[in-house]
Design a protein around this ligand. Structure first.
Ligand code: GDP
Length: 443
């Protein structure tokens, strides 16, 4: 994500490297790069102007800190400003004093509105909240079916009245139903059009006036770039939104939308969609997004994702095993599976600083390596898995595993020696109190 923007900014501060002072003249090139990068990333022109002016002012006024070169200092200034434009901190969903909280979903067709409705419901369900989703898109019967299917998938009920009823009436009845059921949150999916359309806006305004939502979230497709600013402005003026969800950030998108939405509407991006699956939703954190834009990786998101998947008790067990050098192939397999559950290896690696530039081929290689390792571990006996040293000592065992898994004996030998090395390394890290992250097999 944001690769083009990150590269441009990298170029910009390269020009400042080796200079010992930020001055009006030496900063112009860098500012020009920032400006161009943002415009190329489809950030709204006005947003770019404000942004660059602010960066220039801060850069010139900045004290030169000893031990830090001007390039690094410039990155920090751009970073801080990016965070500021995107809203400083995460803004959570609104919560009604008296349930149900009503969330109205708005946006054009195809932006991922229906998917985002289900993603949010699942997100809330994971926080032990109960939800009801309401299908009001009577113009596309497929949209109602889509929501029903998603509801079944995530085990959240869907309220609908078919495609003959009036959307405003469905929304009203849906909220009534939610009250009756005593759910915490009711999410109303609405109809979208391919473009902004007067009838659609009028209907949305009526639904809003009827159900009085606590949150009105505009779903914005991150791939629409510059258009995102105009779209946001129109919805803000005609409907009044309280936040946005930026979808499809997993794709080959440009950074523009993230910067523009907040600036144009004054409202925060609350979540980002990062994939087609219902789990692919993350709270939006301006600082993390800024790191990402600046190619600094997104370690925090990675850690959070890991925490969500890994049972803390499991981690503690694993940690003490590592400390006692009892970490074996069973634990290794478990960690590999956790890694897999956390999503694609490529997606994960992109969040780690320094790995963001891995090519598709590198990532594929890593994934193949994981599969290979798993196949070899699967061919081990229970005894061997629990006691990796048996394998280090016995070539005949290694040969048997090679045969069973369809690989060479040398592959198994390599796996065993890498495992031993990794275990030693993890032991050292473990003493430092770090949670054990899965080591990359084959490295
Ligand atoms: P709606 O018309 O706005 O309700 O859009 P849908 O929810 O039907 O989504 C349109 C398409 O976008 C579907 O193919 C979704 O799977 C896809 N989609 C939605 N959100 C995301 C996302 O965050 N990432 C990716 N890659 N695809 C998404």
């Amino acid at each position: 994500m944001f690769d083009a923007l990150a590269e441009r900014l990298e170029d910009a501060w390269k020009k400042l490297r080796g200079q010992n002072k930020i001055s009006q003249s030496n900063i112009q090139d860098a500012l020009q790069e920032v400006r161009r990068a943002l415009l190329e990333a489809d950030v709204n022109l006005q947003v770019v102007k404000t942004f660059v002016a602010e960066v220039e002012q801060k850069a010139l006024g900045a004290e030169v800190i000893s031990g830090v070169n001007p390039g690094q200092q410039f990155i920090k200034i751009v970073y801080d400003e990016l965070v500021k434009v995107m809203g400083e901190s995460n803004v959570p969903l609104a919560q009604a004093d008296k349930p149900p909280t009503v969330i109205l979903m708005a946006g054009l067709q195809g932006t991922g509105k229906t998917t985002a409705t289900a993603k949010l419901a699942l997100y809330l369900r994971k926080q032990n909240q109960t939800c009801l989703m309401v299908a009001t898109d009577v113009y596309r019967p497929a949209a109602i079916d889509q929501l029903i299917t998603l509801g079944q998938q995530i085990d959240v009920p869907v309220f609908e009245m078919g495609s003959d009823a009036d959307p405003v009436e469905i929304a009203r009845a849906g909220v009534e139903k939610a009250k009756e059921m005593g759910v915490d949150t009711v999410l109303i999916d609405t109809a979208g059009r391919l473009q902004i359309d007067r009838d659609m806006m009028a209907e949305l305004a009526r639904i809003k006036a009827t159900v009085n939502p606590h949150d009105t979230l505009l779903v914005v497709d991150a791939m629409t770039g510059q258009e995102a600013a105009n779209l946001t402005r129109t919805f803000q003026e005609q409907i009044g939104i309280t936040g946005a969800i930026l979808t499809k950030l997993d794709g080959d998108t440009r950074g523009g939308a993230a910067l523009s939405v907040r600036q144009v509407s004054g409202q925060p991006i609350k979540f980002v969609g990062v994939g087609e699956k219902v789990e692919a939703l993350q709270p939006f954190y301006p600082d993390r997004m800024a790191s990402r834009i600046l190619n600094m990786g997104d370690v925090l998101t990675l850690v959070e994702k890991a925490q969500e998947q890994i049972d803390i008790a499991d981690v503690e067990k694993m940690q003490s095993k590592i400390l006692e050098a009892k970490f074996d192939f069973n634990d290794f397999l478990k960690q590999m599976r956790l890694l897999k559950n956390m999503g694609s290896l490529g997606g994960l690696l992109k969040m780690i600083p320094g790995f963001s530039k891995l090519s598709g081929a590198d990532i594929e290689k890593g994934e193949t390596e994981l599969k290979r390792t798993e196949a070899m571990i699967n061919s081990m006996t229970t005894e061997e898995r629990a006691n990796p040293d048996l394998l280090a000592k016995s070539p005949s065992r290694r040969r048997r595993i090679a045969r069973g898994s369809g690989y060479e004996e040398s592959d198994v030998t390599k796996l065993v020696s890498n495992f031993t090395r990794m275990r030693n390394m993890m032991q050292q890290m473990g003493r430092g109190g770090m949670p054990a992250m899965p080591g990359m097999p084959g490295m």
